[in-house]
Design a protein around this ligand. Structure first.
Ligand code: C5P
Length: 220
């Protein structure tokens, strides 16, 4: 308690789900509420950091002292993350980015009768992979991997392919964890091969475990 190990550090966090609109009322999205990112912001603030929270749809109030930047879609999130990347010491990408967007956008609401039978999609930018390419050696980049079934193997693969320093493998098929829950459980992995299993706990507790975990990633 009272740990101020992030004093003077800038922590950049993405949180919540992105939404890719087809017209002014319909979108592709996911059930993320951003509570894990909110908990990360609270934990970082508590430990003395300057915190920027880039978030999609959220049903909570931003904590006093956190700089919050709301966004809707992946391209907006990408722009803000790239803008804040150079000054950040720790970047945590806990947002659930919708992986695809409709190819076309209609500025007018599409009448039901003219809704397409199928929807051509295109990929959105992989933001964390881009941050992994651009980051400086002193910066720490942490991703999340929401998975069903075996959570560790795909998370490890993402850790290396996206050039992350650490990843949180997060089961979304277990009771009382993942999307929208107050609690969470995970396996933390880092680029040096360390692995730590986190038993079910509050998202705030998990956020503190994560900041403890990444302290032990040695400098490059
Ligand atoms: O590949 P997957 O989406 O499972 O990877 C999860 C990690 O990648 C998360 O940290 C997520 O925020 C990030 N991500 C991203 N841009 C995307 C898709 C995922 O930054 N388009």
């Amino acid at each position: 308690k009272g740990k101020r190990d992030l004093a003077g550090k800038r922590v950049l966090i993405s949180a919540g789900g992105t939404q890719e609109y087809l017209d002014p009322v319909r979108f592709i999205g996911n059930p993320s509420t951003g509570k894990m990112g909110l908990a990360l912001a609270q934990a970082a603030l508590h430990r003395g950091a300057m915190v920027t929270l880039v978030h999609g749809a959220a049903n909570w109030d931003v904590p006093l002292g956190v700089q919050a930047i709301p966004i809707i879609n992946a391209e907006e999130m990408q722009q803000v993350m790239l803008e804040y990347l150079p000054n950040a010491d720790i970047i945590v990408m806990s947002a659930a980015v919708a992986d695809v967007k409709p190819q076309d956008y209609s500025t007018e609401k599409l009448p039901k009768r003219s809704l397409p039978q199928s929807l051509p999609l295109e990929p959105v930018p992989d933001i964390v992979a881009q941050l992994g390419q651009l980051k400086q050696p002193h910066q720490r980049l942490i991703g999340f991997a929401a998975q069903t079934g075996d959570i560790v193997t795909p998370a490890r693969e993402k850790l290396y392919s996206k050039k992350l320093d650490a990843i949180v493998a997060n089961p979304i098929d277990k009771p009382d964890s993942g999307f929208g829950s107050e609690n969470n459980q995970a396996v933390f992995l880092d680029s040096q091969g360390r692995q730590q299993k986190i038993a079910p706990c509050s998202k705030l507790q998990m956020a503190h475990y994560l900041f403890d975990f990444i302290r032990h990633i040695s400098g490059k």
